[in-house]
Ligand binder design. Structure first.
Ligand SMILES: C[S@@+](CC[C@H](N)C(=O)[O-])C[C@H]1O[C@@H](n2cnc3c(N)ncnc32)[C@H](O)[C@@H]1O
Length: 188
């Protein structure tokens, strides 16, 4: 329900500069911490899975790091709106948007992969990423607050243990927020 609402809301605001600016504020510190967590540099190739109609994470990553970003989403309408927004901002040479599924995407060209909170089924997407990642690939995954696990697709406890994954983490901001923390998994 929360996932569907976020998607719907992003599509509604994707034409309004005012609401986009407000929405960007919500993500500002979260993305800043994630950039620091994954030590993202301008030479990195970033993949954002689940960018939505207003791909704030991708926009901020590109602006703050100077890196090139590829955003994917399984929803063609979200992709259409995101492309328009990025064109309007004059950033289409730095941020590419495609209609693809994180469960199947080939990731060999990317150094950093960001997985949005609403991506589903999260464990299947992570299985695909972990299987295809080369040594040193950084995977950044947003996790929901504990009480909201029912509303979001999440990772099972066994996933990290079975795949012997060590995680670093950073916390999301406090207050009214559906995110709890972001995990960083580095393929070894
Ligand atoms: C509403 S957005 C929120 C992201 C936010 N705008 C940001 O910048 O971080 C989440 C998107 O994830 C997409 N999504 C969910 N599962 C996916 C998957 N398996 N592969 C690609 N996109 C997915 C949804 O279609 C939705 O548009």
């Amino acid at each position: 329900m929360i996932r569907a609402w976020t998607k719907w809301m992003e599509k509604r605001i994707s034409n309004s500069n005012f609401f986009i600016d407000m929405y960007e504020l919500y993500y500002k510190n979260v993305v800043k911490n994630e950039i620091r967590l994954a030590r993202v540099e301008d030479k990195d190739n970033i993949l954002c899975i689940g960018g939505g109609a207003v791909p704030c994470t991708a926009l901020q990553m590109a602006m703050e790091t100077g890196a090139k970003v590829h955003v994917i989403d399984i929803d063609p309408i979200a992709v259409y709106n995101a492309k328009n927004l990025i064109n309007k901002k004059g950033l289409s040479h730095r941020i590419q948007v495609s209609n693809k599924n994180g469960q199947e995407i080939d990731i060999r060209d990317y150094d950093v992969i960001h997985v949005a909170l609403q991506v589903s089924p999260k464990e299947k997407v992570l299985e695909n990423l972990w299987k295809k990642a080369r040594k040193g690939t950084k995977i950044v995954v947003r996790m929901p607050k504990k009480g909201l696990n029912y509303f979001y697709s999440s990772l099972s406890c066994g996933f990290l243990e079975t795949n012997d994954i060590n995680c670093e983490r950073c916390s999301a901001k406090k207050g009214i927020n559906t995110m709890d923390r972001t995990l960083l998994m580095v393929k070894n």
